[in-house]
Design a protein around this ligand. Structure first.
Ligand code: ZN
Ligand code: ZN
Length: 151
C-alpha cells in the first residue's frame, strides 16, 4: 500500500508563481517551528516546515537570499521570491543534505502533516498548541525526530 506521504512529486510555489519547487522524494521531517528567527523572517507566529533531501529538490525562479546565524552559530540562508517577497526555502549549513521548504508554499496544503512542535519555549501564550503532537522546548534532536509518530 502506498502511503499518501510517499506519493511524488511534491510541488509548490510562491504567491506570484514566479518561484516553483518540486521534490521527487517525500519530506524527511515535518514540524511546526515556533522559534524567534522563523517568526521574524515570516512575520507569522509559527512556521510549518518540511525538510526534503536536497538532491531530490529542484527550485526555479527569481530567488533572493538572506543569511543569518542560527542559535547554534551555524549559517542559515533563507531564499525569497524576488518579485513577491514570499519566503520559499532555507538551507542550514549544519545539515547540508537537507533543504527546508516553507509548507505554506505547497500547492496542496493538506499534504503537510506536522509531526512535532519545536521551540515551544518561544511560542506566545495565545498560540493554540496541538497537545497530541510531541512538543520540544527547542529543536528536536535526530533521536527525538525518530520517535515522531507516523500517521
Ligand atoms: Zn513570487
Ligand atoms: Zn524556526
Amino acid at each position: 500500500m502506498t502511503m499518501p506521504d510517499a506519493e511524488v512529486p511534491w510541488t509548490g510555489g510562491c504567491l506570484c508563481g514566479g518561484v516553483r519547487w518540486r521534490s521527487t522524494a517525500p519530506p524527511v521531517f515535518q514540524f511546526n517551528c515556533h522559534c524567534i528567527d522563523c517568526r521574524k523572517s515570516t512575520g507569522a507566529a509559527m512556521l510549518p516546515l518540511m525538510f526534503f533531501p536536497a538532491q531530490a529538490l529542484r527550485i526555479d525562479g527569481p530567488l533572493v537570499s538572506f543569511a543569518s546565524r542560527g542559535g547554534s552559530g551555524g549559517r542559515i540562508r533563507r531564499d525569497f521570491c524576488g518579485r513577491c517577497g514570499a519566503q520559499v526555502t532555507a538551507h542550514v549549513d549544519m545539515v547540508p543534505a537537507l533543504q527546508s521548504i516553507r509548507a505554506g508554499t505547497l500547492d496542496d496544503i493538506s499534504r503537510y502533516v506536522p509531526k512535532a512542535n519545536a521551540f515551544l519555549a518561544h511560542a506566545p501564550g495565545w498560540m493554540p498548541i496541538d497537545a497530541s503532537l510531541p512538543g520540544f522546548p527547542g529543536l528536536p534532536r535526530p533521536r527525538d525526530a525518530e520517535r515522531m509518530p507516523e500517521r
